[in-house]
Design a protein around this ligand. Structure first.
Ligand code: ADP
Ligand code: MG
Length: 365
């Protein structure tokens, strides 16, 4: 197979023993270039995962890898049950000179992980049972990191969920109206402006000391959870590039955004967009089964709100990008970002209609 990168030569820089057999592109991630490489070790084919870090998204790969090292080492220290440690947390394979990454001649940063066998990811959640597993595992990840010793992790993407800043950027996009589209999406703009007060709620609580900064994953999509192929149980979370200081509620909120509605993010038939209560209930149960141990009262009271807020924030970002002429998110058709904005706002409304019930579910736990 002709690969885009010379994986054999790259792999030689890492502490992988045995004889190189083959490599293939792997996974359906959109951010990094991922390969699975096989090596013969004593007559058995062992696999490793090689990844090129996307430097367009992540500006400082060495800081990112230092975050990943600290986080995975901390978690590994808690995994005392024998036999499963390298399936319960990502394991970095260092380079031959003991570094966390290899910098190639083209300036690309490469890293290697132990390949987690007999496990898989799914792009979309197919059942409430899977929603439970995902939320349980992201909650577990946060719980394992509650006592991560200082210093603070690096912010791999600064202001990632700073909703007031995102909102300010949106207001600037309206004022600039660079693509001359504001008049045609008045309804969406007004929808967002009416809800401006939502933007600062969580950060205000954080500033008052009621909601603490914690270590969070920040990309809580279902395809970042490895599930055991045999049992369907979550083994660990992966894709730790965005792990950084944040609010626990952001992780939960993004699960609500991405897992409770059966519609695609760019669905045009908005009647398909709906916050399904059984899915929310499964997320809530799963998340609280692990995170429930450390979350404080203010955090528990804002779980449903977080789902609404993160969905709103994403809608505002799509709308801002539409107004700016599609500068950030790739589009595959005209008005694509506006379509995406509409599904998010539809979901916000669906959450608003059910928010009281969502809050009641959390109180009962
Ligand atoms: N250590 C691993 N073992 C086995 N498969 C993995 C491992 N890490 C990642 N994968 C697979 O590769 C896919 C892409 O990896 P990921 O780190 O999520 O990259 P991206 O940032 O591009 O989403 C994952 O969805 C998963 O299926
Ligand atoms: Mg991923």
């Amino acid at each position: 197979m002709n690969l885009r990168h010379d994986v054999k030569t790259l792999a030689a820089h890492f502490q992988i023993f045995g004889e190189y057999l083959r490599a293939e592109p792997y996974g359906s991630g959109h951010i990094n270039d991922t390969y699975r490489a096989a090596f013969d070790q004593g007559g058995v084919a062992m696999h490793y995962l090689l990844q090129r870090i996307n430097q367009y998204v992540f500006k400082k790969p060495p800081e990112l890898m230092e975050n990943v090292r600290r986080v995975t080492e901390h978690i590994r220290g808690k995994l005392i049950a024998p036999g499963e440690v390298t399936r319960r947390v990502l394991t970095i394979v260092p380079t031959r000179d003991g570094r966390l990454f290899h910098l190639d001649a083209q300036g690309n940063y490469w890293r290697t992980y132990v390949f987690i066998e007999k496990a898989r990811t799914y792009d979309a959640i197919e059942s409430a049972a899977q929603a439970f597993q995902a939320a349980k595992e992201f909650g577990q990840f946060q719980k394992q990191l509650v006592d991560l010793p200082p210093p603070r992790l690096f912010d791999t993407i600064p202001d990632f969920h700073n909703t007031p800043k995102r909102f300010a950027a949106f207001e600037q996009a309206i004022a600039a109206d660079a693509a001359n589209r504001a008049a045609a999406c008045k309804a969406e703009i007004e929808f967002a402006l009416r809800r401006k007060p939502l933007a600062s709620v969580l950060l205000d609580l954080n500033a008052k000391g009621e909601i603490p900064e914690r270590t969070t994953h920040n990309d809580t999509k279902f395809n970042n959870v490895m599930l055991d192929e045999a049992t369907g149980e979550a083994l660990c979370v992966i894709d730790l590039d965005t792990v950084m200081p944040g609010l626990a509620l952001y992780d939960f909120g993004d699960m609500v955004r991405t897992a409770t509605s059966p519609a695609l993010e760019d669905e045009r038939d908005l009647s398909k967009v709906e916050m399904l209560m059984p899915m929310y209930e499964a997320l809530l149960r799963g998340y609280l089964s692990t995170a429930g141990e450390f979350l404080n009262r203010a955090e528990k009271e804002h779980l449903a709100f977080a789902g609404k807020l993160i969905t709103f924030e994403q809608g505002v970002r799509f709308l801002a990008d539409h107004l700016a002429g599609d500068a950030y998110y790739k589009i595959h058709r005209e008005g694509h970002n506006l379509d995406r904005c509409r599904t998010q706002f539809e979901l916000v409304e669906s959450i608003e209609r059910q928010e009281a019930e969502m809050n009641r579910l959390a109180e009962k736990r």
